[in-house]
Design a protein around this ligand. Structure first.
Ligand code: ZN
Length: 248
């Protein structure tokens, strides 16, 4: 049997401590809820890490033992140390998967991986969202219908300032009329990155079956594959595979 996929669910874990509405929705924290449904899946083991732990819970050792990192942040992006962002970036470039959720679009880690502002429009009135599957053959769409809906969300609208994705798996429509690229996939070095829009802290979005299905699918997609290169950091002087002469 294949070794399980090791997931670390990172959450800044601030709203849950300061806002009773959020604490009521996520008594074990957003990270606790995500780690719970992931751990119930065969072939996945999930741990957690939070901002206020030493090194934000992301020591070299933790990252070396993480196949896929999940990131939720909102109010404390600026408190994430640049040294940790550097470390996470290097680990992704050398194969770790990254799944960024909702307001993580403005995290230092996601902006570093994208190289753009990652800005967008937003509105918080609890309207309905319909997520259309726009890449039905993509592994992240496995098991879904042609669309699914979330009854109450915070709206995110275009223009979303991201690089053109390798794959756009979902596009959302909102009651207010906006659209948004809600599920976008990238390759960065040996690592795979997926951004998934839903997940505002005051709504029970991470309890919804389709949302959980997408995150589980994304974990399986983003897990590292055994490829030819062990470390992509150095530029190697390379001997030709064949013997040849260069003519004058
Ligand atoms: Zn939000």
């Amino acid at each position: 049997m294949a070794a399980p996929i090791r997931v670390t669910v990172w959450n800044e874990y601030r709203h849950e401590k300061t806002d009773q509405v959020v604490a009521d929705v996520y008594p074990e924290g957003i990270h606790g809820q995500i780690a719970k449904f992931l751990s119930a899946q065969p072939g996945i083991v999930a741990g957690t890490a939070t901002l206020d732990e030493p090194e934000h819970g992301l020591s070299e050792e933790v990252l070396a033992n993480t196949d896929v990192l999940i990131w939720w942040g909102h109010m404390a992006h600026r408190e994430v140390a640049d040294e940790i962002v550097d470390r996470v970036q290097q680990r992704i470039l050398n194969g770790m998967g990254l799944i960024v959720l909702h307001s993580g679009h403005f995290s230092k880690v996601f902006r570093r991986m994208m190289g753009t502002n990652c800005s967008l429009k937003w509105r918080e009135v609890g309207e309905r969202e319909r997520l259309w599957v726009t890449d039905p053959a993509h592994p992240i769409a496995e098991g879904l219908g042609e669309f699914f809906e979330i009854p109450h969300v915070e709206m995110y609208g275009e223009f979303f300032d991201i690089p053109t994705p390798d794959a756009t798996v979902f596009i959302s429509w909102f009651q207010g009329g906006e659209v948004f690229r809600s599920g976008v996939a990238y390759h960065r070095g040996k690592g795979k990155v997926f951004y998934f829009r839903p997940g505002h802290e005051t709504f029970p979005i991470f309890y919804q079956a389709e949302v959980q299905q997408v995150i589980v699918n994304a974990v399986r997609w983003a897990a590292p594959t055994k490829g030819p290169y062990t470390d992509l950091s150095p530029a190697l002087r390379y001997q030709a595979n064949e013997t040849f002469t260069v003519e004058e």
